[in-house]
Design a protein around this ligand. Structure first.
Ligand code: TEU
Length: 585
């Protein structure tokens, strides 16, 4: 059976539109800005462009709160701008994927305004309304103890004065959850998909799509974080009872009539059978998901996200191995990503972003990402090795609602405790979503790095390192030894040339127990390669290669012309953060 699919081989590039490129000097990125950079993306090797939400939105959560699914927010441009973008994308033989956010809407969406207007509104049941509970002292309490996802100090329920009931708002009060139990809601969502597919878009990234079906009893969650009033309730809203039914319905009614790429964002889920039910070749649900295993590697298990948890190469291998096997042995499919707009920068998180090692780190991650099975997602700025915001930034520089809520929680709980305040700043500099949301550094023009005109004020501060880390400097340099961009370009090209090995080939770990080195083999019928990645800042004498013999080294991040002289068997000397790909005999 032929397992080749265009969406398996595609390289997807994620654009976070507010921070990509501002074409009209208002400090906010826009659709014409994206259109003007299509040649740049084509040059990199991109096939599909996914744009985070550009629909009409009050921007309580940067567009993940949609007020009108069929119009564009004026800050980004117009529907005509999008039509032009699609035309220009197609001209270059690329495709566009839209972000579909249908677990919730904005509280300013007409559906919700209608729903909250009265208990008798015909749309009352489009959202999830429940009466209050009262504690022993007669105080009003939300229907259950679930915590809000983007503000853990708060309840996931919001009180509505007008109709005297609570509505469910898992992310923020500005993002009421839709009631998917209601068939009219599902049909309205199907219409949204058709609207965009008929306009020429080639698929969807589906925001938190595994949260659309909730356990209807809405039970209290188990207390896993005793210091917090509210608790993670994901057991009752992630992969709920009717999820598969809803996904199959979308497929039958809409997607099956088009040729699409679909990727479902699925936080909280680890269970392999659950994943295969969604992405198995014959599931009739989605092509692939975003699994969170790799980006959750440094979270304390069971706790909230703003925690720090140590990990090493062995943990990373365990995760990679599990996800690779899931695809290759169970005929599912998956995505490869180490960055997106919700995560810190990968070079800062998984490697060392000091001036000495940043470029090696960025290329090490590129070697890993371009040699694993799965559809590859590159997040804007990753291709030039952009880093996290500097530790010196004050909390005021953080713009994300989740960050603001977190700093607020710490200020309220520990107003006079400098060590707690210092901890909050440290954890945010490592984990905040803002790290990935700083404007793209196009060149070294002061003070806005070419993102917006020098006299405008960007909506978010530009990372201070733009004089050295910027697109212009790397784009002008075609040498992969010195340019991270050129290294990515060659890596993507190599992946496509050898897709039988890298996209479709088999996978096996080498030296599984090693805590510093990530090594694996990929092979097809006629080619076998070894990928060796030193995920440590130390020099390692690696004997894990055992009996394997490298015939030819293909690429490495320490090339400096000496890759040909690298050892081919027995024991390899790996410099800090060194990685290489070699063809085996
Ligand atoms: O994210 C959902 C999600 O569960 C996480 O990625 C979440 O943002 C993270 O754990 C918080 O630290 C999606 C979007 O990608 C995100 O930007 C939105 O805020 C969220 O859904 C709500 O739409």
């Amino acid at each position: 059976k032929d397992k080749h699919r265009w969406w398996k081989e595609a390289v997807v590039y994620q654009i976070y539109p507010a921070s990509f490129l501002d074409s009209n000097a208002d400090g906010w990125g826009d659709v014409p800005g994206i259109t003007s950079k299509l040649d740049y993306l084509k040059e990199l090797g991109v096939d599909v462009i996914w744009i985070s939400p550009i629909y009409k939105s009050p921007q309580a959560d940067m567009g993940y709160d949609i007020a009108d699914y069929e119009d564009i927010d004026p800050s980004y441009g117009t529907l005509a701008d999008v039509d032009n973008l699609i035309k220009e994308i197609k001209k270059r033989d690329m495709k566009l994927v839209m972000d579909l956010v249908v677990n919730h809407t904005s509280n300013e969406h007409a559906w919700f305004l209608d729903s909250r207007s009265s208990k008798d509104s015909p749309k009352r049941d489009w959202y999830i309304w429940k009466p209050a509970k009262y504690d022993a002292d007669g105080n009003r309490q939300p229907p259950n103890n679930w915590a809000q996802i983007l503000g853990e100090a708060n309840s996931a329920w919001t009180w509505d004065e007008t109709t005297q009931e609570y509505y469910l708002s898992l992310f923020t009060p500005e993002q009421p959850d839709l009631n998917w139990e209601n068939p009219d809601v599902r049909q309205a969502v199907h219409d949204v998909l058709r609207f965009w597919l008929d306009r020429g878009c080639a698929g969807f990234r589906m925001d938190v799509i595994n949260l659309i079906s909730k356990v209807q009893e809405y039970p209290d969650a188990e207390v896993t974080v005793p210091s917090n009033k509210y608790q993670p309730g994901d057991k009752f809203f992630a992969n709920g009872p009717r999820l598969h039914e809803y996904l199959k319905e979308i497929n039958q009614k809409v997607l099956s009539k088009y040729d699409t790429l679909t990727v479902g964002e699925m936080p909280f889920v680890r269970d392999e059978d659950e994943i295969i039910r969604v992405v198995g070749a014959d599931s009739g649900e989605l092509n692939m998901i975003f699994a969170f295993d790799l980006v959750d590697i440094d979270n304390v298990p069971g706790d909230f996200k703003f925690t720090l948890h140590p990990w090493n190469a062995r943990d990373l291998k365990r995760i990679v191995n599990r996800l690779q096997r899931l695809m290759l042995e169970r005929d599912g499919w998956n995505s490869l990503f180490v960055e997106n707009h919700d995560q810190p920068r990968s070079v800062s998180r998984y490697t060392d972003d000091s001036d000495e090692f940043r470029e090696y780190g960025a290329k090490l991650l590129c070697l890993m990402q371009t040699t694993l099975a799965g559809t590859l997602y590159v997040y804007q700025g990753e291709e030039i090795g952009m880093r996290n915001v500097p530790p010196s930034w004050e909390p005021e520089e953080y713009k994300d609602i989740e960050s603001i809520n977190f700093f607020k929680k710490y200020a309220t709980l520990y107003p006079n405790d400098p060590s707690k305040q210092a901890y909050a700043r440290k954890v945010m500099q490592r984990k905040a979503r803002d790290n990935a949301r700083t404007p793209i550094q196009w060149d070294s023009t002061a003070p806005n790095a070419g993102f917006t005109s020098p006299s405008s004020t960007p909506w978010m501060r530009v990372n201070d390192d733009y004089p050295t880390v910027n697109v212009a400097a790397q784009f002008a340099d075609p040498n992969p030894s010195t340019s991270v961009f050129a290294f990515w370009k060659r890596g993507l090209d190599n992946r496509k040339k050898h897709k039988d090995v890298f996209v479709y080939g088999d996978f096996g770990l080498v030296d599984e127990a090693n805590e510093k080195v990530v090594a694996y083999k990929r092979w097809s019928e006629d080619t076998e390669v070894l990928v060796v990645l030193n995920f440590s800042g130390e020099e390692v004498q690696w004997s894990g290669i055992g009996d394997l013999k490298v015939k030819k080294w293909w690429a490495g991040n320490y090339e400096d012309g000496k890759l040909g002289e690298k050892e081919r068997s027995g024991s390899l000397k790996l410099r800090p953060w060194e990685g290489a790909i070699g063809e085996l005999e």
